[in-house]
Design a protein around this ligand. Structure first.
Ligand code: SF4
Ligand code: SF4
Length: 614
């Protein structure tokens, strides 16, 4: 009789679970296939670090992370116990009186205590502390799930106190098993489904931040237009979101008061998928306005603990809008410049030629030169940034580095790619690849982190592989011998307090955070770190084509103003940057604030200090 009743409960709850899971699996399976298994070694390593050891969760929020890790490890550890009790309840086999089960129960006891402590901590945090990323409303569902988990652990621990065969012991067993079944039925429709999906999502997340596979125009791919265009990884992501809000609180657009919230983007995707509105335009699901507010800084997907990738959705949707002629006007002007003059400002190439001549730059020849210096749009046309490049050339010459430049460059295509104009990106990329191959470049040196990412990573998707090094990395290695003389004179020279703004495409995308700091400290600077630094910087607001946006029309504050205030708050009068676009944005913010903070490009800073010692 007891077995029969248990079977009835089992079938009812498991059917509810299976129906909900089947709906989600069907949506994932019928979406355009975008799963990838490249770089297996990296994926396995990340799986071990982020899933098994929960390193990312703990690193970002140590207390909540450890509490969460206890719950996760307990969930895994209790798997065998739960299965054994189900086998008993269903009358299949009784393994609960075996010696191994007795030993297993003893091993599980510390897990049960840790899970109980962890879940109570998380419950208090969610119900009373309420961190901003979790939203303003207390989630009843989360409270119920937390109470379920606490009940499971308490009923487990009580098994050591209650005598077998007594009424109390039977009631305790039933409570334990019914809570598991209710938990099972509840989780697929809740954010706790991440318990099941996140190990898969983390494994499937691209090893490359902001991975945007090329569109294949021969297959008439145009980007994401409607809900049914969302790829299988994006659909899986939508059901994995744990609504922790880490993407939200780290998003510079959200931080500056714009409408864009990366967490909302994922939840809107989930809602649209479950509502079955497959033909709904993504510009309506998210709102077009919101889609153009992303700087592509990568903070959202870099911070997400469950492997969700926001940029394929955001930029994929931009691609869909661009292919339908729905890009904002300011981008139309920029695309026009790229089309007519192959640079973002639409300036004539004679200006680049004049700079090349005035800086006495030679045309790259692999027989004569060690490296090819890629000037980029800013280096070719922005008079301010050209001062930085002159400093770079002085350093290279002082160190006898033989370098040359291309006789002609196009924009690398980053502004086209990140704004969704894939056709234009591919045209620019193919032209540049042809020229770089013809020039025989083996190593490219550039002061623009966007060029590092685009030429070094995105061009690989066309089969072109070349080493691209940011000048901070190259010059750091080049001047290591100057370290001892710098140290020797350090006691005699006054040191200067500076702050360093990590560009997103250098610190977060390329992970180069030590090299610029080594250079600064080596050449007389004491660094005061701003809020948001190293591999999680706050964006300057230029990326994703927003350098060209009409600042007067932006809702909320300007991202560059928010960042400038963070830099100012360090108290340092000198801000060092290492990206032409950060420099433009932050100098604009400084002018608006009428502050006397001085901005110095890293190469100019180093050259000024290095010259007497070389
Ligand atoms: S890439 Fe940056 S700006 Fe865009 S949604 Fe993510 S965090 Fe926000
Ligand atoms: S997308 Fe990731 S970081 Fe953002 S709320 Fe969901 S789980 Fe958290």
């Amino acid at each position: 009789m007891t077995v029969l009743v248990f079977w009835l409960f089992f079938v009812a709850f498991v059917s509810a679970f299976a129906a909900q899971v089947a709906r989600r699996v069907q949506l994932i399976a019928t979406a355009p296939y975008t799963f990838s298994f490249d770089d297996l070694g990296f994926r396995v390593n990340r799986f071990l670090v982020d899933v098994v050891f929960q390193a990312r969760t703990i690193r970002e929020r140590p207390f909540a992370g450890i509490a969460h890790a206890f719950v996760f490890w307990g969930f895994v550890a209790f798997g065998g116990y739960t299965l054994t009790e189900f086998l008993l309840g269903l009358g299949i086999v009784d393994l609960t009186h075996t010696a191994w089960f007795a030993a297993y129960r003893v091993v599980l006891t510390p897990f049960a205590v840790a899970v109980l402590g962890g879940i109570l901590f998380l419950l208090i945090r969610r119900a009373f502390v309420r961190p901003v990323g979790l939203g303003t409303k207390v989630s009843i569902e989360s409270i119920v799930i937390a109470l379920f988990i606490a009940t499971l652990m308490i009923t487990y621990l009580l098994t050591f106190r209650l005598e077998e065969g007594t009424m109390a012991e039977r009631v305790n067993w039933w409570i334990h098993m019914l809570v598991i079944l209710a938990f099972l039925a509840l989780i697929p429709a809740s954010k706790h489904f991440h318990l099941v999906l996140s190990p898969i999502t983390v494994f499937l997340k691209s090893p490359e931040l902001g991975n945007l596979p090329n569109l294949d125009f021969e297959k008439e791919q145009v980007g994401l237009e409607t809900v049914k265009d969302l790829g299988s990884k994006s659909v899986l992501d939508a059901f994995t979101c744990v609504e922790c809000g880490r993407c939200q609180v780290n998003c510079p657009a959200w931080g500056a008061g714009k409408e864009l919230n990366p967490k909302t983007i994922i939840l809107q995707t989930q809602e649209a998928l479950l509502a079955g509105v497959h033909d709904r335009k993504l510009g309506e699901v998210y709102s077009e306005k919101v889609l153009w507010q992303c700087t592509t800084c990568g903070a959202c997907e870099n911070q997400c603990p469950v492997g969700i990738e926001h940029l394929p959705v955001l930029i994929g949707s931009r691609r869909g809008l661009v292919s339908n002629g729905d890009a904002p006007d300011y981008l139309g002007a920029m695309y026009n410049n790229l089309e007519r003059r192959s640079n973002i400002w639409g300036l004539g190439y004679d200006q680049r030629t004049k700079f090349v001549q005035s800086a006495a730059l030679e045309t790259f020849d692999p027989a004569k030169h060690d490296v090819l210096v890629w000037l980029g749009c800013a280096g070719s046309f922005d008079a301010d940034f050209q001062k930085s490049l002159r400093s770079l050339f002085a350093i290279l010459r002082a160190k006898d580095v033989r370098f040359g430049v291309l006789s002609k460059e196009r924009c690398n295509g980053d502004p086209a790619k990140r704004t969704g104009n894939e056709y234009m990106f591919q045209e620019l990329a193919n032209g540049n690849i042809e020229d770089l191959k013809a020039a025989g470049a083996k190593k490219i040196l550039t002061s623009c982190p966007h060029c590092v990412k685009t030429i070094g990573n995105d061009y690989r998707k066309f089969g072109y592989e070349v080493e691209v090094v940011h000048t901070s990395v190259y010059v750091e290695a080049l001047t290591r011998s100057a370290e001892s003389s710098a140290k020797a004179s350090a006691g005699r020279e006054p040191r200067e307090t500076v702050t360093f703004h990590d560009p997103c495409y250098l610190g977060r995308y390329a992970g180069k955070v030590d090299e610029p700091r080594n250079l600064l400290t080596r050449f007389g600077a004491d660094i005061v770190e701003p809020e948001r630094n190293r591999d999680n910087p706050y964006c300057c607001g230029a990326g994703g084509g927003l350098l060209f946006a009409d600042k007067e029309e932006e809702p909320g504050s300007r991202i560059s103003d928010v960042r400038f205030k963070q830099l100012q708050a360090t108290g340092a009068n000198t801000v060092v940057t290492a990206c032409p676009f950060c420099s433009i944005m932050l100098k604009g913010a400084q002018a608006s604030a009428q502050a006397d903070t001085q901005f110095v490009d890293l190469m100019t800073y180093v050259n000024g200090k290095l010259q007497p010692r070389v």
